[in-house]
Ligand binder design. Structure first.
Ligand SMILES: *[C@@H]1O[C@H](CO)[C@@H](O)[C@H](O)[C@H]1NC(C)=O
Ligand SMILES: *[C@@H]1O[C@H](CO)[C@@H](O)[C@H](O)[C@H]1NC(C)=O
Ligand SMILES: *[C@@H]1O[C@H](CO)[C@@H](O)[C@H](O)[C@H]1NC(C)=O
Ligand SMILES: *[C@@H]1O[C@H](CO)[C@@H](O)[C@H](O)[C@H]1NC(C)=O
Ligand SMILES: *[C@@H]1O[C@H](CO)[C@@H](O)[C@H](O)[C@H]1NC(C)=O
Ligand SMILES: *[C@@H]1O[C@H](CO)[C@@H](O)[C@H](O)[C@H]1NC(C)=O
Ligand SMILES: *[C@@H]1O[C@H](CO)[C@@H](O)[C@H](O)[C@H]1NC(C)=O
Ligand SMILES: *[C@@H]1O[C@H](CO)[C@@H](O)[C@H](O)[C@H]1NC(C)=O
Length: 877
């Protein structure tokens, strides 16, 4: 999502870009490496063939058959950037009862508004490993978006997946593993959509770094070059689960894949998303990611956002709207494709029940004022009430606080330094412990790292209604503390032997349109180090105090080697990005009201050189920057395990104030495996419409229409519409891409339902395990289930891969709980690029199903061949 906060800043960007263009012409294009191809896939499969959606498609098709051409093309595009209250506002068809749809950021809360909740970020949710909290946050988010009158929630983000530890937006998603992302994403979708809000899974696909992501006048966006198996087994996996959960919308990423822009990549949209994954909703571009008109429609794009051309927006130019009308009249864009796009949008609207009593927007993303211009993008605009300050918070602070608390991840705890005694005398260091003194929302889109870090920056941020800082929480508890609000060690802290030192430190990142302390989204200059030279702060505190607790608010992995083994550094907590609930959630853990139960959603390395070179950030290249995913499946822990590199803390690591055992496990075969899944079901019926080109009169401007300057409309001047219609009768032909066809296909073997062939999601094995609290205080454990493929198979496969997890309730000391986990057919399959299907490489082979509390402490193994489970086995990694 691209945005700027003020119109003037935006214009400045545009004009500086123009100067750049007039001065330099860059045409050289670095070629995609040999072997990477973006194959054609046409036509766009019609939506509506899945029975869960039939009724919504039936209702939509009745409406669509009654719409004029200009009404249809009004619905498939936004009315222009800054041309309404939301970050995206589609055109309406009021005659048919279809309002403008409001699309709004972001994944962790309603952006740029008031009386909202600033929820913990995705990475924090991932660190809870708690499916119930993932779902409850989704419901709460849905209630807030609905309460503000938003039709389409622009979240969750499951791409970036976290391939690059320095990538700017990894924190918006749930962790560096496809299965963790998949549960985080799909449970968010199910929660949000349960209250009638359309969720948008994003960004499809392989958008793993911020720099050079966008197509501009001077440079094509970065190309992620990756092979088919890696795409299926890592990056597409969470999208498949999101589609399986019935997600209503998908947002295409800015970048290219194999040299072809995602927003017009027919293989990805038509082939993978709409045919193989059976996606029934609609596909939108990321903001200004659309780079063509007819070509993007043919490739499967259904909605252009925010409607403007990507080169110089805000001038009233669009690839769609009136141009799309023209392209239908002149015979280039088959009406069939437009009808499908409109039907998909309206079917989704019906599917979520938005035709009944859905509230219109009552806020304005462009201003905090009560009144303002209705169309800020128009230099002259009528004004009116734009913000009604509707309080949508309900009791959502509770779930936010619970997530922030249950995400807190204890990495180290020597001598039981934690929990703190109630009478502890505390010396608190670090500016992160207290709110930004300039104001909690003083940096637009949180584009600074000042004060308590509750979220990263960019369109994935929200304004804080309040910030419960760690210092607030110490005050609320009446703790005895002294605070030194500085990131350099103060000379006046007067160390005493009884003191416990709490050191608050951060690492931040965000979206590319804002640069913070030299980091343009990605952590280019900070690298994986703590910000504000806080390695030194910790070292200095550790030199003077013997009992030091480090608390880290971070977007992702940070290096700890400079201080982690210092004898005074007794305990380390990662509090991730807690949103507004930074204080009490942490204090409850610090003081032992609850035992920490978070687990790392990524690996913490000992050095950046632990990673494969191919996951470092790609720098400027003339032409199209190329980012080749040559590490394949080996990202994060898959790489560390393969190369036998011991990280500082492994994926899934997390201690508590108590200990747990995993025992008495059992494995039960449910659906017998076969080498390939059973044949997919055939597609159901889809709506049929007349395909003849409508009369040009359906596109004529109405008489006496009061036009807003630079607003995007779908009508054409009569002369233009007539001229376009005349072209349809000439021999002039649109240059259809190679491989273009307009004939619907039965669909690939790997498809058949939302998410793919439904048999992929059959449970192959049920696994149960008894978790016992073997310590002295109550706490919650996470059972993580990893699959190890049988030896001797022909596919090179990571040693272990996460496939499921469950978290216990709060267990008293000595108490047990039986947890149920499952392994699906897909979990035991690999993507076979030759047969283009998921295959079980060795049906009779002995899969290891490993269970434990972290990826490096898996002591319990169930075998699919023996059908039994053993305890006390050496961990496979
Ligand atoms: C990219 O190219 C690779 C190598 O030819 C191929 O396996 C893969 O399917 C292509 N992916 C896309 C999305 O075009
Ligand atoms: C189609 O439009 C006509 C006239 O505008 C209206 O009377 C009729 O109810 C509409 N049908 C549907 C299904 O919307
Ligand atoms: C398109 O949407 C705009 C904004 O709601 C509206 O003013 C206009 O009348 C719509 N056009 C058509 C053809 O309905
Ligand atoms: C029809 O109109 C579209 C949109 O302006 C344009 O891209 C296309 O080239 C036109 N087709 C022909 C045959 O002129
Ligand atoms: C805190 O209280 C405990 C007993 O509850 C005592 O052992 C300890 O010395 C006290 N610590 C301080 C700093 O007063
Ligand atoms: C540390 O705490 C103990 C117990 O409260 C107290 O007796 C002692 O004087 C304290 N030491 C210092 C240096 O403050
Ligand atoms: C062992 O697990 C089974 C479920 O598989 C459960 O019913 C039983 O209570 C467990 N036994 C113990 C001792 O935990
Ligand atoms: C196109 O040709 C058809 C059939 O020859 C004719 O009926 C129609 O009026 C023509 N349309 C235009 C816009 O010339």
């Amino acid at each position: 999502m691209y945005t700027v906060t003020t119109l003037s800043a935006f214009l400045l960007v545009i004009f500086s870009t123009c100067q750049f263009v007039s001065g330099i012409a860059i045409n050289k294009r670095i070629a995609v490496p040999a072997g990477y191809v973006a194959p054609p896939y046409y036509p766009t499969p019609h939506g509506g063939w899945i029975s869960d959606w039939s009724e919504s498609y039936r209702k939509a098709s009745l409406l669509v058959s009654n719409l004029t051409l200009a009404e249809k093309t009004n619905i498939t595009a936004g009315s222009g950037i800054f041309m309404g209250r939301c970050v995206g506002n589609t055109g309406s068809a009021l005659r048919a009862g279809i309002p403008q749809l409001c699309l709004q950021d972001g994944p962790l809360g309603v952006r740029n508004t008031d009386h909202n909740t600033a929820f913990p970020a995705g990475i924090t949710v991932g660190a809870t490993w708690d499916k119930d909290l993932m779902h409850r946050r989704g419901v709460a988010l849905g209630e807030e978006f609905r309460g503000k009158g938003v039709n389409v929630y622009l979240g969750p983000s499951v791409g970036p997946l976290g391939r690059k530890p320095r990538g700017g937006r990894n924190w918006e998603g749930f962790g560096a593993d496809p299965v963790l992302q998949a549960f985080g994403g799909s449970l968010t979708i199910e929660g949000v959509q349960s209250v009638g809000v359309i969720a948008t899974i994003k960004h499809l696909i392989a958008n793993e770094q911020e720099m050079y992501r966008m197509y501009s006048l001077v440079q094509p966006g970065i190309s992620s070059n990756l092979d088919d198996r890696t795409l299926h087994e890592l990056y597409l996996w969470p999208f498949a689960e999101g589609v399986r959960s019935g997600v209503g919308a998908v947002m295409m990423a800015y970048n290219a894949v194999n040299g072809s822009a995602n927003s017009q990549n027919s293989y990805i949209i038509n082939g993978l998303l709409k045919d193989e994954l059976g996606f029934q909703g609609f596909v939108m571009s990321d903001w200004l990611a659309q780079i063509s008109g007819v070509a993007s429609a043919l490739s499967g794009l259904d909605m252009s956002m925010p409607g403007d051309v990507h080169t110089i927006p805000l001038l009233g130019n669009s690839y769609w709207m009136y141009e799309q009308t023209r392209s239908v009249l002149n015979g280039s864009l088959p009406l069939d494709r437009l009808n499908d796009a409109v039907t998909r949008i309206l079917a989704t609207w019906f599917q979520l029940g938005q035709d009944q009593n859905y509230p219109p927007p009552n806020f304005d993303t462009n201003t905090q004022d009560a009144e303002g211009p209705l169309y800020p993008g128009a230099l002259v605009s009528p004004s009116g009430v734009v913000n009604q300050f509707v309080d949508v918070q309900g009791t959502h602070a509770e779930v936010a606080r619970e997530i922030a608390r249950d995400a807190v991840t204890l990495l180290k705890n020597s001598n039981n330094a934690l929990p703190l005694k109630p009478n502890a005398t505390l010396k608190v260091f670090g500016t992160d412990a207290e709110k930004n003194p300039d104001g909690i929302n003083s940096c637009s889109d949180q584009g600074c790292n000042k004060g308590t870090l509750g979220m990263g920056w960019g369109s994935g941020s929200a304004r804080y209604p309040f910030m419960d800082s760690p210092i607030d929480a110490l005050n609320a508890r009446g703790a005895s503390y002294q605070f030194f609000n500085t990131d350099s060690f103060p000379s006046n802290s007067d160390p005493s032997a009884n003191d416990t030192a709490l050191v608050f430190v951060t690492a931040d990142s965000g979206e590319n349109y804002i640069t913070v302390e030299g980091n343009p989204g990605d952590r280019t200059s900070a690298n994986l180090n703590l910000w504000h030279n806080c390695d030194k702060l910790i070292q200095d505190v550790a030199a003077k105090y013997s009992n030091v607790i480090v608390i880290i608010h971070t977007v992702g992995p940070v290096l700890m080697e400079a201080w982690i083994d210092l004898p005074s550094v007794k305990a380390v907590l990662v509090a991730h990005l807690p949103g507004q609930e930074a204080g009490n959630s942490l204090a409850q853990v610090l003081f032992g009201d609850v035992s920490p139960s978070g687990h790392l959603p990524y690996t913490i390395p000992t050095s950046e050189s632990n990673y494969p070179a191919s996951v470092s950030l790609v720098n400027f290249e003339v032409g199209q920057p190329q980012d080749t995913f040559s590490e394949g499946l080996y990202i994060d822990y898959r790489h560390f395990n393969k190369e036998n590199i011991t990280p500082r803390y492994a994926f899934g690591h997390g201690l508590g104030y108590t200990t747990f055992s995993f025992s008495n496990a059992s494995i039960t075969s449910i659906t017998p495996l076969t080498a390939t899944p059973p044949t997919r079901p055939a597609k159901g019926e889809t709506p049929a419409y007349s395909t003849s080109i409508p009369p040009a009169s359906e596109a004529y401007w109405p008489d006496n229409f009061n036009r807003i300057w630079r607003y995007l409309y779908s009508w054409l001047e009569k002369s233009d519409a007539d001229a376009a219609a005349a072209v349809a009768n000439t021999s002039a032909k649109y240059p259809y891409p190679d491989g273009y066809s307009n004939e619907q296909k039965p669909g690939p073997a790997a498809g058949g339902a939302q998410g793919g062939n439904p048999a992929l999601f059959d449970t192959a094995y049920d696994v149960s395990v008894t978790v016992t609290n073997t310590g002295t205080v109550s706490g919650r454990a996470v059972a993580q289930l990893y699959v190890q493929f049988p030896p001797g198979i022909t596919f090179d496969t990571p040693i272990i891969q996460l496939r499921d997890f469950e978290k216990t309730d709060v267990l008293e000391a000595g108490a047990s709980q039986v947890l149920s986990l499952r392994v699906t057919r897909k979990d035991l399959s690999v993507w076979d690029v030759v047969s283009q299907n998921w295959v079980v490489p060795d049906v009779a082979g002995d899969y290891g199903v490993w269970i434990g509390g972290a990826s490096d402490t898996l002591g319990l193994r169930c075998g699919t061949q023996t059908g039994s489970c053993e305890e006390g086995v050496a961990s496979p990694v």
